[in-house]
Design a protein around this ligand. Structure first.
Ligand SMILES: [Zn+2]
Ligand SMILES: [Zn+2]
Length: 173
């Protein structure tokens, strides 16, 4: 089942350690680098039920469509990662020295929302300045030609104007 958010009903979190799998198809991640999510991302969650909250480890993997920051072209990139969080209704835990992030559970919620955890993994695994390839040539700053696909006249004539004077000089044979 495709889900826009990933959440685990508290009724399925009674005791011990429980595992869940989701196909996550977010409508939006709030990340401008991500142009599209062509197919659902795999989200696996392992929840350990404790007295004062839930210890959650979330794994994410899949592919996202990114926009190259140099040439503006779209390309697919693999994403994967994991985060550990502690979800609790106990406000005092927020200043604790826990490993990983502590999230406050809204007591009105009926499910443990791990969407922010999954988004965190995306943020960590997607570059702020994605490149379609390490040596992407980008666009010509003068005419806008995609220099990965073709070259343009201006790219050859980009000489320093201070040399123009030298071009005028002819040598007598
Ligand atoms: Zn590029
Ligand atoms: Zn050009």
């Amino acid at each position: 089942m495709r889900r826009k958010t990933v959440a685990i009903p508290f009724t399925s979190l009674n005791e011990g350690r429980v595992s869940f799998h989701f196909d996550w198809h977010p409508e939006s991640t709030g990340m401008s680098q991500i142009a599209e999510i062509p197919e659902p991302l795999n989200v696996d969650a392992r929840v350990t039920v404790l007295e004062d909250g839930y210890l959650v480890r979330v794994f994410l993997s899949g592919k996202v469509g990114l926009v190259c920051c140099r040439c503006g072209g779209g390309f697919l990139a693999a994403v994967s990662g994991e985060v550990d969080t502690f979800h609790t209704t106990d406000r005092t835990q927020l200043d604790g020295e826990e490993d990983g992030e502590v999230r406050l559970i809204d007591p009105r919620q009926e499910a443990l929302d791990i969407t922010p955890d999954a988004v965190d993994i995306l943020v960590l695994s997607v570059s702020a300045k994605p490149l379609c390839s390490e040596d992407c040539k980008g666009l010509c700053p003068h005419c806008g030609t995609d220099l990965n696909k073709e070259s343009c006249a201006c790219s050859r004539e980009q000489t320093d104007p201070r040399w123009d004077a030298l071009k005028q000089i002819t040598f007598d044979e």
